[in-house]
Design a protein around this ligand. Structure first.
Ligand code: 5GP
Length: 179
């Protein structure tokens, strides 16, 4: 294990097994749809999960990426700024939005609204992790990898100060690493 890691919450094997299950489920759910969904991943955290997940999707698909940052706007309402936009129009498309973790729910809510404004017909959300105890806004997540307790996690795409994204598991850092 990495010397900075206090404990592993979700192991590499568990991530692989669950990604396979989710991939099969998504494949099945779009079985009857003539138009297959476009997979949109949010940079940078969801990249390892996207790569693992799409290995198990059994139809031809396209992927695209968005990078957004949230900031406090007026009256403490969170707003999002697009740092990298989609490569092409999504008018009339079904979307599967791929996230690393849903925490307060604000990112998923705002990005879903944005994608609908761009003309998507429907947006389903798949997230590797869900921290329901931290939710501030209501969001529906269609496919959840793992529900986790209220702890700050790193690994498998998730960072602390841009590090630890390459760890093959999801874990918690030792307290001294946050100093
Ligand atoms: P939300 O908008 O749901 O509050 O936050 C979503 C984003 O916050 C995630 O995509 C992720 O970048 C970040 N985030 C939330 N919880 C954690 C966590 O435990 N660890 C890390 N590394 N990032 C987190």
């Amino acid at each position: 294990m990495h010397p900075h890691v206090k404990k592993i919450l979700v192991s590499e094997e568990e991530i692989k097994k669950r990604s396979l299950e989710l991939g099969k489920q998504i494949t099945e759910d779009y079985n009857d749809s003539e138009r297959k969904p476009l997979f949109i991943a949010l940079l940078k955290g969801s990249v390892p999960f996207l790569a693992e997940l799409i290995k198990h999707i059994d139809f031809d698909l396209e992927i695209d990426f968005m990078d957004v940052s949230s900031y406090e706007g007026t009256e403490s309402l969170r707003d999002i700024r697009i740092l990298k936009d989609l490569d092409r129009s999504i008018l009339g498309e079904s979307i599967v939005l791929v996230e690393d973790i849903v925490d307060t729910g604000r990112t998923v809510k705002e990005v879903t609204r944005l994608l609908m404004n761009k003309g998507a017909t429907d947006v389903r959300v798949v997230s590797l992790l869900d921290k329901p105890s931290r939710r501030e806004v209501e969001v529906s997540i269609d496919y959840i990898g793992f529900e986790i307790p209220n702890e700050f996690v790193i690994g498998f795409g998730l960072d602390f100060n841009e590090l630890y994204r390459n760890l093959p598991f999801v874990g918690v850092l030792k307290d001294e690493c946050y100093k």
